[in-house]
Design a protein around this ligand. Structure first.
Ligand SMILES: [Zn+2]
Length: 471
C-alpha cells in the first residue's frame, strides 16, 4: 500500500512539474523580460534553419578586418584583403591615422547587421547585401565561427545546429555545356518537365565524366570532416551537422553542377544534413528559374533517394513580387521538388488551394521552419499577418529557428519570446513539442545520434521543469 501511495505521489509530482512550468508561462505571457529569462533557460533542442555566415555577429568579423588591415570601400563598406582596382578603398591602418576608426566602425556595424536600423535603405537590401560585404572576413576562418556558434548555443541551451556552412568549391570547366542554359530555359518556359529531365540527364552524364565526385570528396574529407574533428565540435553538450546549399541566382548549368556535387557530398558523408537552395527568392534569376530549380531537385532525388532536402520557399509577401508569384512556390517545392521540409513558407495564405497544401504538409509530416525575427525584418511580416497560426491550425509540424541571428542581432531565445508573446494560445506543451520536433525532423543521418539528443532533451527538460516545483 505504501508503495502504491509513493508511486501515486511521484506521478502527481511529475504532472505537477509540467503544470507549474505551464502555469508560470501563462502568468508571464505579456512580459518580455520574464519571458526572456524563462526561454533563455528552457532547452531549445535544435536550430534547423541556420545560415553559418549570417549567424556570426559583426563584432568578431570587424575585429578581424581591422587586425588584418583589410581595405574598406568607403561607399559600400565592403572589405577586401587586397586593394581592388575599382572603387574608393582605404586600409584600416590609414583609417586609424586619420582618426576615423570609431566613425567607420559604427557605419560598418550598421551595414553588416541590423544594428540601429532606421529605414534609410530597404530592409531586404540591407540584409541580403551584407553577406558579400563581410564575406572576406569569413573565408578561411570557419573554425572561429563554428566555435563562436557552439559556445553561444550551449549558453542558451540549444543542443544541436544544422547549419548551412559553405558552398562546395569547384573549378570544373563547363564552358562546353553553356548551350544547356538556353535549352533548359526554353523547355522550362513550356513547363515541359519531360524535356527538362532529359536535358538534366545529359548534363548529369557530362558532369560525371568531368569527375564531379572528386569535388564532393575533397570537400567532405579535407574541409568538413577535418574541421569537425579538429575542433571537437560534437561533445556531450552539443552536436552540429552541415547542410550543403546552392545559390538561386546562378545560371542553370552552374547551379545544376553545384547541386549534383552537393547531393554527392550529402550522400557520402554522415556529417552532412541534406541540401538547401538559398539567396533572395525574389531575385531575377530566382523568380525566372524557380520551377526549373524544383525539377532539378526532383531529378537529383531520383539519383540520390536517401538525401533529404529542405527548400527556402515562399519567403515572399504581397508588395515584394506580383500577386501571381505568391500562388505556387510552396506548392511546387512540395509537389514538384519533393521537399522534406519548407523554409519560411511566409506566402502560404496566398497559395492556390492553400488548405489542400496545408493538409498535405500535415498528413505527410512536412515541417515548416518558422523564422519570426527574420520575417519581421526582411519581409515586414509579423504578428497575425504572419502565417504561423495557419500552419498551427492545420497541424503542420512546426520548428522554430533563427535564420541569420548574427545579421539580425537576435538569438534562439528571442524566437521563443516572440512566439509566446504574439501567439498567446500556444501552450507550454505545444512549445515543448516544437522543441522535440527540432530533433525529430532534423536531417541527422545517424539514428544513434538523434536518439542520444532526444534522451538528452528529456533530461534537460526535467532539470528545467524542476526549477518551478522548487519555487
Ligand atoms: Zn534562410
Amino acid at each position: 500500500m505504501t508503495r502504491i501511495i509513493t508511486l501515486f505521489c511521484i506521478f502527481i509530482t511529475q504532472i505537477g512539474f509540467s503544470q507549474t512550468a505551464e502555469s508560470y508561462l501563462e502568468k508571464i505571457r505579456n512580459n518580455e523580460a520574464l519571458l526572456t529569462a524563462f526561454f533563455q533557460q528552457m532547452p531549445k533542442g535544435g536550430d534547423l534553419h541556420h545560415h553559418f555566415s549570417g549567424s556570426i555577429y559583426a563584432e568578431p568579423l570587424l575585429e578581424r578586418a581591422i587586425a588584418k588591415n583589410f581595405y574598406l570601400n568607403l561607399e559600400t563598406l565592403a572589405v577586401s584583403e587586397t586593394k581592388p582596382e575599382k572603387g574608393n578603398w582605404i586600409n584600416f591602418d590609414s583609417i586609424k591615422k586619420l582618426k576615423k576608426l570609431d566613425y567607420y566602425e559604427q557605419q560598418i556595424m550598421q551595414t553588416w547587421s541590423v544594428k540601429d536600423y532606421n529605414g534609410s535603405v530597404p530592409s531586404d537590401d540591407l540584409f541580403f547585401d551584407s553577406f558579400m560585404k563581410f564575406e572576406p572576413t569569413i573565408a578561411g576562418h570557419f573554425a572561429e565561427g563554428m566555435l563562436e556558434l557552439k559556445k553561444r548555443a550551449i549558453t542558451e541551451n540549444v543542443s544541436y545546429i544544422e547549419t548551412q556552412l559553405s558552398t562546395i568549391p569547384c573549378d570544373m570547366n563547363v564552358s562546353d555545356l553553356t548551350d544547356f542554359n538556353t535549352k533548359l530555359r526554353q523547355a522550362s518556359a513550356q513547363k515541359d518537365e519531360k524535356a527538362v529531365l532529359k536535358l538534366l540527364d545529359e548534363l548529369y552524364k557530362s558532369l560525371q565524366r568531368k569527375d564531379a565526385k572528386k569535388y564532393a570528396e575533397d570537400f567532405n574529407t579535407n574541409f568538413l570532416a577535418k574541421l569537425h574533428k579538429d575542433l571537437k565540435i560534437d561533445d556531450e553538450r552539443f552536436t552540429m551537422r552541415y547542410q550543403n546549399f546552392v545559390l538561386r541566382f546562378m545560371e542553370p548549368v552552374d547551379l545544376f553542377k553545384n547541386l549534383v556535387i552537393a547531393f554527392i557530398s550529402s550522400n557520402e558523408s554522415k556529417l552532412t544534413a541534406g541540401v538547401n537552395i538559398v539567396s533572395p527568392e525574389h531575385g531575377e534569376n530566382s523568380m525566372k528559374d524557380y520551377w526549373l530549380h524544383m525539377v532539378m531537385f526532383k531529378y537529383c532525388h531520383t539519383k540520390f533517394p536517401d538525401v533529404k532536402y529542405t527548400l527556402h520557399a515562399g519567403e515572399l509577401t504581397l508588395g515584394l513580387v506580383q500577386p501571381e508569384d505568391l500562388t505556387w512556390h510552396i506548392n511546387d517545392a512540395i509537389h514538384v521538388a519533393g521537399a522534406n521540409r519548407i523554409g519560411h513558407g511566409v506566402d502560404i495564405a496566398y497559395e492556390a488551394n492553400s488548405y489542400d497544401l496545408l493538409n498535405y504538409m500535415s498528413k505527410n509530416n512536412i515541417p515548416i521552419e518558422i523564422n519570426l525575427a527574420s520575417n519581421e525584418f526582411i519581409l515586414k511580416v509579423k504578428e497575425n499577418r504572419h502565417p504561423f497560426t495557419l500552419y498551427k491550425e492545420f497541424n503542420v509540424p512546426i520548428v522554430i529557428s533563427t535564420d541569420d541571428a548574427g545579421i539580425l542581432r537576435s538569438n534562439m531565445t528571442e524566437q521563443y519570446v516572440l512566439l509566446a508573446k504574439r501567439y498567446q494560445d500556444v501552450s507550454y506543451a505545444t512549445i515543448k513539442q516544437y522543441v522535440y520536433n527540432s530533433i525529430n525532423f532534423s536531417f541527422i543521418q545517424d539514428a544513434s545520434v538523434k536518439k542520444q539528443l532526444l534522451k538528452d532533451l528529456d533530461s534537460r527538460f526535467k532539470t528545467f521543469e524542476d526549477k518551478f516545483s522548487k519555487n
